[in-house]
Design a protein around this ligand. Structure first.
Ligand code: ATP
Ligand code: MG
Length: 515
């Protein structure tokens, strides 16, 4: 047998244990490897007591080596030490019965932590490659689908135009007819058919743009109107299938800064899914589709919920529904792209779409979009940050009419120096001014709730305040001129204004009082 001292030359830890498994020898590497002082290793400790986890210690194999007087090699063993319990180390144990006394065993700890970590890294990299590969296949499928859609939409365009034309002619003919029973119903049917044809066209165009390029045409939109318009398309089929539609809308204005075509597509996809789920329900009674729209009081975020009490989504499929091509519908009925398209659109709007926990048989998809001020600010700020060292003039417009915000946004977008933020409520405007700072505020004087004057009054005693420009649709009254006396008010403008006029007024307002 080798002189035991020779083991001190080895880099791996070596222990010699007696019949009672107590350590009776250890080489130089052992205290370092186990991070345990020699005096403790010497104190009749068993190797098992060095480790935090006792379960992984191969007691049976050690017994076997003793019984059979044979060398045994364990499988990989994971362990941690008391000093650093969070760190996992790995070794393979070689058990060699001593030539002098087979009851005594040499234990060689072959450390494989580095190899193990490399292997883990390799496994993660392989997984990433596999995922990447799956994504490429997915992208390829989408591209093929895109090409198919392009050719299908081309094929559809002609019949669609003919159908729309004929429906329009029918509508004209009907209008010139004398009153008869069912005329009104027929008129509604024709209107719906016409709108649906429009809808088909829009969806195809949208599908093409989704797959090919992602245009970012955002506008200020009244979401209540947008949602109602979309549901209008489905009204007739909902009625035919005994589905009761209800709107649970907040009293407040819900204006968003979004791409209306895309958001319409989200609402349509969600409503269509709810419709399908309700039609799957055996009973044709008690079928409810509810659309909820509200604003978060704290941050102005917009919350849209599409809820139905249809067939529901089983627990094990909940995590699958947003995956592209996941569908439970029969071939030809669903592509399984609806929700993944919705998710992509909402993410592009810095929002979130989630499937809420099923409550009382209600399936609820919730969309949260940032409030109008935040989304318009981040949209413009991103654009501005592309222009090196440009200080920019931050202009906030306050008006309850989304169209007015669109006009001002459009005018100011012509000049790179302006960062435009739209707002429809004094409270939200205040929040944005405090959060991001604003140079000029163009505010409507006559709003249903608090208006421009109330906003400017909030800054009466503040020295470093934005400059205010008031606007009104009608003529300015004597009283309005009085409002110019507020400390930071610089000008009054009358709607509609010319583009150049507005830009000049804003620039001048930063310098001096102009009326
Ligand atoms: N409101 C809902 N109730 C029950 N199941 C739903 C609901 N919404 C979605 N699902 C489930 O999620 C799946 C995926 O929905 P998604 O909209 O992505 O695709 P699809 O509706 O099957 O097909 P497509 O929308 O492309 O026509 C559906 O097949 C359905 O199983
Ligand atoms: Mg769908």
């Amino acid at each position: 047998m080798l002189d035991i001292k020779a083991y001190d030359q080895l880099h791996e830890a070596v222990l010699l244990i007696n019949a009672k498994d107590e350590i009776i020898y250890f080489n130089y590497s052992a205290p370092v490897y186990f991070q345990t002082p020699p005096r403790i290793l010497k104190s009749g400790l068993t190797p098992e007591e060095i480790f935090v986890e006792k379960t992984t210690w191969p007691l049976d194999l050690i017994e076997e080596a003793r019984r059979e007087n044979e060398i045994k090699i364990s499988a990989e063993i994971a362990f941690s030490l008391f000093k650093i319990p969070t760190q996992k180390l790995f070794f393979v144990l070689k058990i060699v019965p001593s030539a002098d006394n087979p009851q005594e065993l040499f234990l060689f700890f072959r450390d494989i932590t580095v190899e193990k970590h490399l292997f883990e890294k390799y496994k993660t990299q392989m997984k990433e490659i596999e995922e990447g590969h799956a994504q490429i296949i997915q992208a390829d499928k989408l591209a093929t689908l895109g090409e198919m859609t392009a050719s299908i939409s081309h094929e559809i365009a002609n019949p669609l135009t003919i159908a729309s034309g004929n429906v329009e002619v029918a509508k004209g003919l009907l209008e010139s007819c004398a009153a008869f029973e069912g005329k009104e119903l027929l008129k509604t049917c024709i209107d719906n058919a016409f709108e649906s044809l429009h809808g088909i066209n829009e969806i195809i165009l949208n599908m093409k743009s989704y797959l090919h390029k992602n245009e970012d045409k955002k506008e200020y939109v009244d979401l209540k109107i947008l949602v109602m318009d979309v549901l209008q398309l489905l009204k007739l089929v909902l009625k035919e299938n005994n589905i009761e539609l209800s709107f649970d809308f907040t009293k407040d204005e819900v204006v968003a800064f979004v791409n209306p075509v895309k958001v319409r597509q989200v609402v349509l996809n969600l409503a269509k899914n709810a419709f399908d789920a309700l039609c799957e329900k055996k009973s044709s009674h008690d079928r409810h589709l509810t659309i909820h729209l509200s604003k978060d009081e704290n941050d102005g975020a917009i919350i849209l919920k599409v809820m139905d009490n249809g067939s529901g989504i089983p627990e094990h499929l909940r995590s699958e529904v947003f995956r592209p091509f996941f569908t439970t519908k029969t071939i030809g009925e669903g592509t399984g792209l609806g929700l993944s398209i919705c998710q992509k659109i909402i993410l592009a709007h810095s929002g979130k779409i989630t499937l809420e926990q099923q409550k009382n048989g209600t399936t609820c998809f919730q969309v949260v979009l940032p409030g109008v001020e935040v989304s318009s600010y981040t949209h413009n700020e991103r654009y501005l940050s592309g222009l090196a060292d440009h200080p920019g003039i931050k202009v906030l417009a306050l008006d309850d009419e989304p169209q007015v915000l669109n006009v001002i946004n459009h005018i100011l977008a012509e000049e790179p120096e302006f960062v435009f933020i739209g707002s429809t409520k004094v409270e939200d405007a205040l929040r944005i001014i405090h959060k991001f700072g604003v140079d000029v505020v163009i505010a409507d004087l006559n709003m249903p709730q608090r208006g421009g004057f109330d906003l400017a009054s909030e800054f009466e005693k503040v020295t470093d305040a934005p400059k205010f420009i008031f606007m009104t649709g009608g003529k300015f009254s004597e009283e309005d001129y009085e409002k110019l006396k507020l400390a930071h008010v610089r000008a009054l403008v009358q709607k509609p204004f010319k583009a150049q006029e507005l830009k000049d007024i804003i620039r001048k307002a930063l310098k001096a009082k102009v009326v």
